[in-house]
Design a protein around this ligand. Sequence first.
Ligand code: ACO
Length: 322
Amino acid sequence: MSYARIIGTGSAVPERVLTNHDLEAMIDTSDEWIRSRTGIERRHIAATGETTADLGECAARAALAAAGVKPQELDMIIVGTTTPDLVFPNVGILIQERIGANGCAAFSCEAACAGFLYALSVAEKFIRLGEARRVLVIGAETLSRFVDWTDRSTCVLFADGAGAVVLAPSEETGILKTHLYADGRYKDLLYFPSGVSKGFDSLKSGKDFVQMRGNEVFRIAVRELSRAAVRILDEAGIPGSDLDWMVPHQANLRIIEAISKRIELPMERVVVTIQEHGNTSAASVPLALDVAVRDGRIQRGQSLLLEAFGGGFTWGAALLRF
Ligand code: ACO
């Protein structure tokens, strides 16, 4: 059987860094509170005019270079994002045109923080079915655009960035399994209140920002991500303690620690970049993956568990050999 395998990774973050101390000067918060409750120390924020496609393009170019794949060889581009440049054309098409991959399929996957995992799962199926040979999967966000910078309960969390992988068919083991989930009963716990069809009336009420009931999100994220991690490992017959690495969604260090404890994987084998990047939503997993590949922690042939959780709720897990 042929697998879909990651043959290159890339990432990009905006130049501007916003530290917890910078936030202390803007809102009633403290470095100590943010570090101890979330694990975040600093984050990258897009410059005026810098967009999701800009960051996605940089990550895509880096992943293509690492994979040794020319843009013209791509059969498909899928972008996980909740912060597209435009309603349409989708971010995948904007990136396709910039890198010169014209003609290949290109679309976005809108599943909040789980967007990259949804995109990866779709890409994997095309490759395994033999309908695509080179697929670029990107997670890219400019969340700083939809945050209320006076709301201390959300603005300390979210940030900007992008990560990308190139997938190709391989006889060697690659992606073993992906599991995707969604539960709309929780739609009111984390959402953005306006849109093209519903309208932008909330602008007038000053509520045109991400809305989150953090405590409840936290509780359900721990429960569902733990269940998802256990289920995918059980199905594959791999004990969590045998994994080489978990590359989790970087939303809250305490969520990550709870999952690592649940699957009995020591934190030394968990990739944590939240201190540098904050929560970059769909970008968070591929960004963390690329950091750990480039600094040499993740090596070829190692077993990885990826997982993410976001608004909707949407969540998912992927088990693979790198
Ligand atoms: N600085 C200082 N104090 C703060 C801040 C802040 N930035 N934010 C909130 N507080 C205060 C609150 O007002 C509250 O004060 P009170 O006790 O006087 O009322 C106190 O701190 C505790 O607030 P909680 O909300 O209970 O704090 P908690 O420990 O739950 O941490 C947090 C909040 C970090 C948001 C946490 O709940 C969390 O991470 N939730 C999950 C978020 C998440 O995972 N999202 C994932 C999906 S994201 C996506 O899809 C885009």
